[in-house]
Write a protein that binds this ligand. Sequence first.
Ligand SMILES: Nc1ncnc2c1ncn2[C@@H]1O[C@H](COP(=O)(O)OP(=O)(O)OP(=O)(O)O)[C@@H](O)[C@H]1O
Ligand SMILES: [Mg+2]
Length: 251
Amino acid sequence: MADYILQAEGLTKQFSGFTAVSDVSLSLERGTIHALIGPNGAGKTTCFNLLTKFLKPSAGEIRLNGRDITGLSPDAVARLGMVRSFQISAVFPQLTVLENVRLAVQRRRGGSFDFWRSKGVLRDLEPRALELVEAVGLEDVADVTAEALSYGRKRALELATTLALDPEIMLLDEPMAGMGHEDIGRITNLIRTAAQGRTVLLVEHNLGVVANLCDRITVLMRGEVLAEGDYATVSKDPRVIEAYIGSAGHA
Ligand SMILES: Nc1ncnc2c1ncn2[C@@H]1O[C@H](COP(=O)(O)OP(=O)(O)OP(=O)(O)O)[C@@H](O)[C@H]1O
Ligand SMILES: [Mg+2]
């Protein structure tokens, strides 16, 4: 039997009578990269917010490692090992890349954001911080302030600060949004590296972008699951092709 880390059943979200997410069931197998895709307005972000507990479902249940987390707060699920990128991973624009990552490592170890820590404590965090900076390919800009980074490299920094928390499962909302072709390739490789030893769910508009990255793809359309499978299966599905053509999106 498959080992599922995150399972949603019958997830439904209504906004004053309008059903944005309708009876969605989703199972994420441990250790896989899973994508949630769909055209504009399909309900991806709503679904993402339900799963990460930023929204309360109108109906349905969410289980993390078999435990019902439907009523828990985002912070509580983060403590259980499910982290949403760009949530806890605050990036401080005026701090350098290394300082940002070091703070995230410090937080993981139970410290607060205490800028006045002794030099000795900070030094202890340095090796892990450097390792993470290297893992996301930012070693050449380790001493550059976050605000001076290009868009793509800011996303890489956010990924590093998320990885510093060492999540068991990581959820990313459109990590490639707003990126040029070159940055997309780079972030794809980063996500692949970051996914080692953990589970990743990513929301993405474009089916093509996740082709070489995701083990499994769930396609949403008007709040419902339209199709699910690997890229080869889903990309050939006439309903999926129709959904993208119908919405004038690009698959
Ligand atoms: N807070 C809200 N109140 C009312 N309607 C909402 C709210 N949030 C989302 N919706 C509606 O729910 C539907 C799904 O929206 P959602 O943002 O989840 O789609 P999406 O798949 O993320 O789209 P996109 O590709 O544009 O990001 C849309 O019709 C949207 O207008
Ligand atoms: Mg969205």
